[in-house]
Write a protein that binds this ligand. Sequence first.
Ligand code: ADP
Ligand code: MG
Length: 395
Amino acid sequence: MTKPFKTLDDIGEVRGRRVLVREDLNVPMADGQVSDDTRLRATVPTVAELADRGAIVLVLAHFGRPKAPTPELSLAQIVRPYGELLGRPVRFVDWEGAADAVATMQPGDIAVLENTRFFPGEEKNDPAVIDRFAALGELYVNDAFSAAHRAHASTEGLAHRLPAFAGRAMEAELDALAKALGNPEHPVAAVVGGAKVSTKLAVLKHLVGRVDHLIIGGGMANTFLAARGVNVGKSLCEHDLTSTADEIMDSADRAGCTVHLPYDVVVATEFRANPATRTVNVHEVAADEMILDVGPSAVEALADVLKNCRTLVWNGPMGAFETSPFDAATVALARTAAALTQDGSLVSVAGGGDTVAALNQAGVAGAFTFVSTAGGAFLEWMEGRELPGVAALTR
Ligand code: ADP
Ligand code: MG
């Protein structure tokens, strides 16, 4: 089937051609070392394939949020670890004299260009900055889904200036997301958790019209419970949003989407590791208690819901998973989803910073169909918004 965007299969002969490849190299650093190279590893398929096909590979990426060029945010420090990971030499090219440096490169050579955000116009999608970038290359590949929710010169503008293609990581991400919400197999379940309703309002509103089961957990479930008249004690709860929660439940009703709220919960009077806890019906939360996790009976019922679904999208943990033992519901439900995925009965797609951490903690991230590490871009996609970097790649 033809994809809605062009990929490296459509790019044609690249031997000796200069290809600008937008990647996400924005890795966390500690003491001058890369402390987590997940993002670097995600770039390898595209960069290695293009180099193997004889392209002159010019990697474009931002690093941090510079106000002005500064050595602390120079991509020069990424080049050595990146080359070690790729198992090939990688050059660093500063913006000063970039054209001359690129002119000396040979087929198969790889260079990382300096931080795109050293140009103030990068984030403004300034045509002059697009010109600067475009002058260096002949073709453009966007492989950075995580930056695709921004219309910047290197993420969006360039796609209109040069022939544009999705890289392998971008392609995998877009394929997985299309399978989960674009044209999914029904029934579809969404798990939405996390701390607050206010950060996920647009997600919830979009999902009720698309999924068959909306499973609400985490702190945000408290607001929904409060809207239903439950006394949530000292729990995290946005009391000013209870009427919004009601509206979401009403529109779910109208759309034929079943909303699942926990009916038993794990509570404690203090929020710390391993306090005294009780597992109670939601109607039995005492005034000095807070809800910190979904209870085991609710988790069992939710597992049965997932068993009858073909597709799952998941954002947000079911409880305060960083603090023991309030990871229990998240871990149990994640293991169920992973097992169903491995059995071939469920397509499971998850994303969100804390969600990825929770799935890693449960040891099941690799058993999901796809786990997106793109925080903001993943959420905007779950809100049903068009991502400018993706739209610019569309045929
Ligand atoms: P993501 O980063 O995956 O989008 P969020 O940032 O929305 O997820 O939510 C994650 C946070 O929600 C975690 O820090 C977790 O501790 C918190 N959380 C989940 N359930 C509760 C709860 N019942 N009470 C307080 N905090 C909670
Ligand atoms: Mg978060």
